[in-house]
Design a protein around this ligand. Structure first.
Ligand SMILES: Cc1cc2nc3c(=O)[nH]c(=O)nc-3n(C[C@H](O)[C@H](O)[C@H](O)COP(=O)(O)OP(=O)(O)OC[C@H]3O[C@@H](n4cnc5c(N)ncnc54)[C@H](O)[C@@H]3O)c2cc1C
Length: 377
């Protein structure tokens, strides 16, 4: 079988774009990747890696390194706001015939460095601090000019430039825009008390969670309902997060409060939004992947995971069909239901949390979603 592409341009070097580059370049496709951020480094927050995400990282060939620089765990604890253990939930079913752990966490810049090293190692031609200027589709290729004055002709352009994608706005103007969900998330990186050995959630009127990201550290997230996504002066973020944590008298959480005032906490506050672009995700020789088309809120901690999976599946289909349009359509068919599930179920979880709705329904959705996501991609 001849691959559908010989030369590909990836626009956007996040987890989705880097995975596409790795999976294509390692099998002989010539890949250029342009990333607008000259430092190629995401925000210093933690990220949760679900079992299916770890399976995808194994496919990319970086699971071992993630295990040594991050933290792998199984199961997770659910506590009352006062700190009584309500239930310990198992991260099952096993998601592979290989011994892949149930979940884990890592610092985003660490994961990004592991990914970017692999991206370069497989021969991707990476250029930082630049983007496209013009893109013109001709019948047999795509002509692209770049902001550094260079140009190239490609069989396929992969748009992985994220939720605020310029590619989507320019080439898919009919696509919806990200939708605010009136919930915000606060995140901080903290020293890990020895008793935190797995992800733990405290469920009250809102939700706090911690997840180990290394032998020494963990990250904390705190969800807050906010009708308006008003700007909050970053100088007030530690005090604001401490105030919100006041709703959780659990002694362990309260001992963490002083750490919020240390610069190393790297607090981040962010109003949440989601996006699910209806199919098709491609036009001729441009295909969108990752947050560009399926940006979810973090309620199932699977957004990066489904982006990485999408890139894996795209490469598989490009190597399975010599006809590019068939490969792209087949890719979309394989990805739609799974990505829809994550975006829509996460939105439902958000609704339940905001309205103080049924905790049973919340638990049921989490359980069913994780069962589905454990299935092969
Ligand atoms: C608060 C929060 C918490 C989350 N927590 C988790 C979690 O715990 N687990 C999980 O799996 N997912 C989580 N997610 C989701 C996850 O962060 C995203 O799904 C994932 O980062 C998307 O990766 P991506 O590569 O598709 O897009 P992005 O990460 O947005 O990457 C896009 C890249 O394109 C670059 N770019 C942008 N414009 C251009 C341009 N014009 N030209 C060139 N380059 C460009 C950007 O600089 C960036 O590097 C969370 C999301 C949020 C908002």
């Amino acid at each position: 079988m001849i691959a559908a592409v010989n030369k590909v341009l990836v626009i956007g070097g996040g987890f989705s774009g880097m995975t596409a580059a790795i999976q294509l370049a390692r099998q002989g496709v010539e890949v250029d990747l342009v990333e607008i951020d000259p430092l190629w480094c995401p925000l210093g927050a933690g990220i949760t890696l679900s079992g299916p995400t770890l399976r995808a990282l194994d496919t990319v060939g970086i699971l071992e390194q993630v295990a040594s620089e991050g933290y792998l765990s199984k199961d997770f604890d659910v506590f009352s706001p006062a700190g009584e253990l309500i239930v310990q939930l198992a991260t099952r079913p096993p998601i592979s015939s290989k011994p892949i752990p149930g979940g884990g966490g890592i610092l985003r810049p660490v994961l990004a460095r592991i990914f970017s090293d692999k991206t370069r190692e497989v021969g991707t031609h990476v250029r930082l601090g630049i983007t496209f200027e013009t893109i013109v589709q001709r019948g047999d290729g795509v002509e692209v000019t770049f902001t550094d004055g260079t140009s190239g002709i490609y069989d396929l352009v992969i748009a992985s430039d994220g939720v605020h994608s310029r590619m989507r706005k320019e080439f898919f103007p009919e696509a919806p825009s990200p939708k605010p969900i009136h919930q915000s998330v606060w995140r901080a990186v903290l020293k890990r008390p020895p008793e935190i050995v797995r992800p733990s959630h405290w469920l009250g009127r809102t939700k706090v969670g911690v997840n180990p990201i290394s032998d020494t550290h963990m990250y904390m997230f705190l969800m807050e309902s906010r009708e308006h996504s008003e700007w909050i002066d970053p100088e007030k973020w530690p005090g604001e997060m401490a105030r919100l944590l006041g709703e959780f008298p659990a002694p362990l959480l309260q001992t963490l409060v002083p750490q919020l005032y240390e610069p190393s906490a790297s607090i981040d506050y962010r109003p949440l939004a989601n996006l699910l672009v209806p199919l098709p995700w491609h036009k001729d020789r441009i295909i969108m992947i990752g947050d560009t088309v399926h940006a979810t809120t973090p309620h199932l901690a699977s957004g990066a995971g489904i982006g990485i999976e999408s890139a894996i599946v795209l490469a598989e289909e490009l190597f399975s069909h010599s006809d590019l349009q068939v490969a792209l359509s087949r890719f979309e068919e394989r990805r739609w239901e799974r990505c829809r599930l994550v975006v829509e179920k996460s939105a439902r979880l958000c609704e339940i949390e905001k309205s103080g709705g049924s905790k049973d329904e919340h638990a049921q959705i989490m359980h069913e979603s994780f069962m589905t996501l454990a299935e092969p991609i």
